[in-house]
Design a protein around this ligand. Structure first.
Ligand code: GLA
Ligand code: ZN
Length: 663
């Protein structure tokens, strides 16, 4: 475990490097990420390549003992290229060209862009592939960020048609699958098929597109696949010259819902995954459980430790700023990442820039480059991490609970939002939060993967259940696994069409229920009562007939008063409605009891406790997110791994303080 920084040596005078590297080394910074936006330096004019500047960076910092993550600079194709090949520019859903002037203005399917990227990435990989100071590679930067995953240009159109032809073979098959007879959309040939731009019925405010939903989901998949193939291509080029691992920096789930990339699939092309963790900035403050959830997602994509490639290190924003992190928070956020499976935490950025669009985005150092309280805190953290990593290896929580996340389902629920307020990721978060509150680690999984290491699996609103998923869930339950299926599950096919069956079609046998009717809770809510106490459904109520399931909860209001809202068949639960936070929390506790998962003793608001292991040793993290000191009772004796002191009975946590305890 160690720390690093995102660094732009080319933004500063060469003379400053000496001081920067000295300060970095003193702070325990082991790695820098460089070069992700430097295309116009590498290739100032077409096919004129310049590497001397990067040679100097790699050599200078490498010799001083700092490792480098080298990036492919594909997120910023330069001006000369755009002028000469304007077709590189992406097109938005309204048919407007995305213009040069910021970044990420390119289309992933542009052949000329891809060719230019291949050439440059090949040269960079060839030049630095065997360099001992380069320890890894970042491909592009925040793929899909800022609504850039989906392009609607002509080149995408042509490639989409090829993709469809490959998938469906004949236009008749596509017509039938999509139901193009609806609204007179029958196509005579693949050439006629459109990309789903904003049409007459497009209504941005309500999120309604009105396009054929099968076409939409296929387009989402195609765009995701385009980015994945782009990433794969860069990774393969790098691997020709380098045996160092490749990654890319992913986004948090709140943004990720709109990112439009299947992160499980993308992760297959990466050797390790990383993400960018901004907690309090111009665009809002993340809730504690969302940060934890995002770490959990990241360790789940590849089932192994990840990095934070950009960790907030100062007040941030573009036009406006969020708050300056209170003293203690940089250290707290770093250990929160480490506790949840991060191996390396890289701060964005080393020093605030004095020019460009991100002048307000502060780094560890301010604009003046002088050491400050943030630097002191990072230095403390760096020193501690160094000591910690001499005692234990990379740590991961061992989760016994898993939540199923499916990007196909996410896209079904984006195209048809079901009811006002329904948001798939928020629903997953509502299931995650009570476990976070109880300090129980949760992984995210795909419905098709091995679930045997989990005692409890939750599958909120799993709209599309593949055959493989169906069998997998059945065998998980057959072996005694506790499984929760909910409303809005198993009612779609893979083409985003309604199943012509009673819900939950493929899961009817497993759950032992039939959903004969439902009531979207639009401008209404329904009271419920059951093993979770009493509560309210605010999004959705399935009106369920149990076939061979027992009833554990009932609606106590609405015209279906007395109908079941929660049932159980064996170890499989069917939750027919959403629950308010309190009832959801009680339900989670009940499920823990049923699945034999013990609820920790350390439950206290704002205190995150994560039990981790490096495979051999057990390490307990206590993280105080509160702005006040607190004393936590312990049930056994520990050793504080940072101070080497024995900890008996209680441990005191300062405001935003951290304790790391070993046996
Ligand atoms: C993202 C990017 C960085 C930087 C920061 C701050 O996370 O990856 O390049 O732009 O945001 O805006
Ligand atoms: Zn395009």
């Amino acid at each position: 475990m160690r720390i690093g920084v995102d660094y732009y040596p080319e933004h500063w005078d060469r003379e400053r490097w000496e001081q920067d590297v000295k300060l970095m080394l003193e702070a325990g910074i082991k790695v820098i990420r460089v070069g992700e936006f430097a295309w116009s330096l590498y290739e100032p004019r077409e096919e004129v390549y310049e590497f001397a500047w990067m040679d100097e960076i790699v050599d200078f910092f490498g010799k001083k003992g700092i490792k480098l993550i080298l990036c492919t600079p594909s997120a910023t194709p330069p001006k000369w290229m755009i002028d000469k090949y304007p077709d590189i520019l992406a097109e938005d859903i309204h048919g407007n060209t995305k213009l040069f002037g910021t970044r990420k203005h390119y289309c992933f399917n542009s052949e000329i862009y891809r060719e230019k990227v291949r050439k440059l990435v090949g040269l960079i990989a060839e030049r630095y592939g065997k360099n001992p100071y380069v320890e890894g590679w970042q491909i592009d930067n925040e793929l899909g960020h800022g609504n850039t995953a989906r392009c609607y240009c002509e080149e995408c159109h042509h490639k989409f048609i090829d993709w469809l032809e490959e998938k469906y073979g004949t236009i008749e098959c596509l017509n039938k699958t999509y139901g193009t007879v609806f609204w007179s959309q029958i196509y005579n040939s693949f050439d006629e098929v459109i990309v789903p731009k904003a049409g007459t019925c497009y209504d941005f405010d309500s999120g309604t597109q009105g396009q054929n939903p099968s076409l939409l989901i296929d387009y989402y998949r195609f765009c995701s696949d385009s980015i994945i193939s782009f990433t794969k291509e860069s990774a393969e080029l790098i691997k020709k010259h380098s045996d160092k691992p490749c990654t890319s920096n992913l986004l948090d789930a709140a943004v990720n819902s709109g990112t439009g990339i299947d992160y499980f699939k993308l992760s297959e092309e990466l050797d390790f995954v990383t993400w960018d963790n901004y907690i309090e900035f111009q665009w809002g403050k993340a809730k504690m459980e969302t940060v934890s959830r995002d770490h959990a997602l990241l360790r789940s994509y590849k089932k192994k430790p990840f990095w934070v490639m950009e960790q907030q290190s100062g007040p941030c924003g573009w036009s406006k700023m969020g708050p300056s992190p209170d003293p203690g928070k940089l250290r707290l956020w770093t250990y929160e990442a480490v506790a949840n499976g991060a191996d390396t935490v890289v701060y964005f950025r080393w020093r605030a820039c004095t020019f460009g669009a991100e002048q307000n985005w502060h780094g560890i150092l301010g604009h003046d480059g002088k050491v400050n309280r943030r630097y002191a805190e990072v230095k403390q953290t760096g020193e501690e991490m160094e000591r910690l990593s001499q005692k234990v290896g990379t740590l991961m929580p061992k989760a016994r609970v898993a939540i199923i996340k499916s990007f196909d389902t996410e896209w079904c629920h984006t195209i048809f939002q079901n009811v006002e307020g329904f948001q798939y990721d928020n629903l997953l978060l509502a299931f995650y939060k009570p476990f976070y509150d109880m300090n129980i680690s949760v992984d995210f999984v795909q419905a098709e993967e091995d679930l045997s290491m989990y005692s409890l699996v939750l599958a909120p609103a799993l709209a599309y259940v593949s055959d493989v998923a169906k069998n997998n869930l059945e065998s998980y339950a057959a072996k005694g696994g506790t499984l929760v299926i909910t409303f809005r599950s198993a009612f779609k096919n893979e083409y985003n069409r309604m199943l012509p069956e009673t819900i939950p079609g493929p899961l009817a046998g497993l759950t032992g229920v039939e959903v004969k009717d439902y009531d979207p809770q639009f401008e209404k809510s329904t009271s419920v009562a059951g093993i979770f106490g009493s509560g309210t459904a605010e999004l959705w109520c399935d009106i369920v007939t149990p076939k061979d399931a027992e009833v554990l909860g009932l609606y106590t209001g609405s015209y279906f008063k007395g109908a079941p809202c929660l049932t159980r068949k064996g170890s499989v639960y069917y939750l027919a409605c959403d629950l308010d936070e309190k009832a959801q929390g009680n339900f989670a506790k009940y499920l823990c009891g049923q699945a034999g998962i013990e609820v920790g003793l350390y439950v206290q608001e704002g205190i995150e406790v994560v039990d981790t292991t490096d495979g051999e040793k057990q390490v307990k993290f206590l993280l105080n997110h509160n702005n006040y000191d607190t004393v936590i009772a312990l049930t056994q004796e520990y050793k504080d791994l940072l101070t080497d002191q024995k900890v008996v009975k209680t441990v005191k946590l300062e405001a935003y303080g951290v304790a790391i305890l070993g046996d």
